[in-house]
Design a protein around this ligand. Structure first.
Ligand code: GLN
Length: 547
């Protein structure tokens, strides 16, 4: 996109901060602004600064952090990067996510190496320099881009975020304040009893930013109301020191997060931002996006698909999977109603009761033993009752365990992740994993090629492609010792990684739709380019439903 309006020499920067509370949809607001700018013809990339002390979110539990989003280069990142990749077209790398932990690790490594030449190492300038360096590095790497949007995690006023904001203040001074646009996303609570929208928390959080030396250019107000009145905009503008037209409503969207760019577009955020940055671009062409949203909101059909996992009570643990269903649904003119099934609860109940009425079953990735037997029950139920089934990562591993137990008759079959003593370890640790001690960033991570066998379901779904590239995040693998026995009994291994001989996809012919992959297809599904495997599952579910 965008070549026609190339700014060529000067990169423009947008910084998105959050005020009052977390969970405002700051990442979605940032991504939506990216979408609008991209549809104006600009080339955009996005970056997230996370003020916590983990080096990356890879070691965090989904209860703490939601999904860990994996990039092509193997970086384990914040789930907001998933929004970025789904909302704009650029491909992100490990440079696009930075945590305080990573910043301090780098500073301390330099200190030990003696790079600071005897100086006292300090928060300012050494830590702030390291943060700014990340912006300069991204600028260097994305020379073809016009704009970098950087979202700062957390809420203004948090001790943790202070160094990042200080670094941004300095950075804006260095690259020119007129090349930067600070957007503050904040909450306008509505007090029902008073019938009033309250602006005070916003005033105070902007005051906090200004204390640090950052005057926001645009205030994006998250509100339950349908819009902001002119009066409210004037009041917020006055207290926050911005023109009233730079106060923008960010309303609760009714059906889908993909409405967010359209919602922000109503107030012409794109025009306000580009004016602040001193660039002239045409109006965003949102017709295609609008059409996609239309397909999401008003499909002709519907299916029910069970997701059998361990973290189904969490909103964010399977984020990219749920998004992939939205994309695949839109492509099939079909609403995908997700039935969230707790794998542990399934162990205590029975499949007919809990998943008897669904049109398809998905078992997602996961770690640890809890709920594994429930997932195995779900696979068996899908296999024996001809229900379309799709397994991802651990979902493939449990599909293999189920097959080994119930078709090959190896009753003790298991993964060594769950039973080291299993007499039939059909899933085992990869050779390279056996000597690893540190847990952080040591899995098989990122994009690897897989070679697809002709005349398989997999080949059909991928449109006859022979080599595909998909993203991974796992330690365990299909144990090659059991390959021959499985194949003889009817399991088809439809894709492998040639270099390591690693099994990437398995499937069962004779079943309406039974496929499982070792990789994570959900990280590559996009709104208007739904992933072939999700697409296939939804199509098969629809076929089943329509008989
Ligand atoms: N726990 C399994 C492994 O490490 C599966 C990982 C996953 O589902 N992401 O191989």
């Amino acid at each position: 996109m965008g070549a026609a309006y190339k700014l060529r020499t000067i990169m423009k920067y947008i910084f998105v901060t959050g005020g009052v509370v977390s969970s405002l949809g700051k990442g979605l607001a940032a991504a939506s602004i990216g979408t609008l700018l991209e549809h104006c013809g600009l080339d955009v990339t996005m970056q997230k600064f996370d003020p916590y002390l983990n080096i990356d979110p890879g070691t965090m539990s989904p209860y703490q952090h939601g999904e860990v989003y994996v990039l092509n280069d193997g970086a384990e990142t914040d789930l907001d990067l998933g929004h970025y990749e789904r909302f704009i077209h650029c491909e992100l790398s490990r440079l696009n996510n930075l945590t305080s932990g990573k910043v301090f690790e780098t500073v301390l490594e330099k200190e030990r190496r003696g790079d600071y030449l005897g100086k006292t190492v300090q928060y300012i300038p050494h830590v702030t320099n390291e943060i700014k360096q990340r912006l300069y590095d991204l600028t260097e790497k994305n020379k073809e881009c016009d704009v970098i949007i950087t979202e700062i995690g957390g809420t203004v006023g948090d001790i943790e975020g202070y160094l990042f904001l200080e670094a941004l203040r300095q950075f804006a001074l260095e690259v020119g304040r007129n090349n930067c646009c600070f957007i503050h996303v904040t909450l306008l609570p509505y007090i029902k009893a008073a019938g009033e929208t309250k602006t005070k928390p916003t005033q105070q959080s902007v005051a906090k930013l200004r204390e640090i030396g950052i005057q926001p250019d645009i205030i994006v107000c998250r509100t339950e109301m349908d819009n902001l009145t002119d009066e409210e905009k004037t009041k917020i503008g006055m207290f926050c020191n911005v023109p009233p037209r730079n106060v923008v409503a960010f309303c609760d969207v009714k059906h889908s997060i993909y409405e967010c760019p359209l919602d922000l577009g109503r107030d012409r955020v794109d025009r306000i931002v580009t004016e602040v940055l001193g660039i002239t671009v045409p109006k965003p062409k949102m017709d295609e996006w609008q059409k996609f949203v239309g397909r999401v909101i008003h499909p002709s059909h519907s299916v029910r698909i069970a997701v059998v996992g361990k973290y189904i009570s969490l909103q964010d643990a399977y984020k990219s999977i749920y998004e992939s269903f939205t994309h695949a649904g839109a492509a099939n003119d079909c609403r995908v109603e997700i039935v969230r099934v707790d794998a542990e609860a399934l162990e205590k109940s029975n499949c007919a009761e809990m998943i008897g009425a669904v049109d398809g079953i998905l078992v997602p990735g996961g770690f640890g033993e809890r709920g594994v037997e429930g997932k195995i029950m779900a696979v068996q139920y899908a296999r024996e009752n001809n229900i379309p089934f799709f397994g991802i990562c651990l979902g493939m591993q449990v599909a293999v365990i189920e097959f080994a137990r119930n078709v090959l008759g190896l009753k003790d079959a298991n993964s060594t992740e769950f039973n080291k003593e299993s007499s039939a370890p059909v899933i085992c640790l990869q050779e390279e994993q056996k000597t690893i001690i540190n847990m952080g960033a040591t899995m098989r991570l990122g994009a690897y090629p897989a070679h697809i066998q002709k005349n398989t379901l997999c080949s059909k779904l991928y449109g006859g492609a022979e080599i595909i590239s998909e993203r991974h995040r796992h330690r365990y693998e299909f144990n090659a010792d059991y390959r021959e026995a499985c194949e003889k009994a009817g399991l088809v291994i439809s894709a492998v990684n040639d270099e390591h001989g690693l099994v990437e996809v398995v499937e069962l012919p004779g079943h309406p739709f039974f496929i499982a992959c070792q990789y994570h297809p959900e990280f590559q599904s996009r709104p208007t380019k739904s992933h072939p495997l999700f697409h296939g599952l939804v199509a098969a579910a629809l076929e089943k439903k329509q008989g």
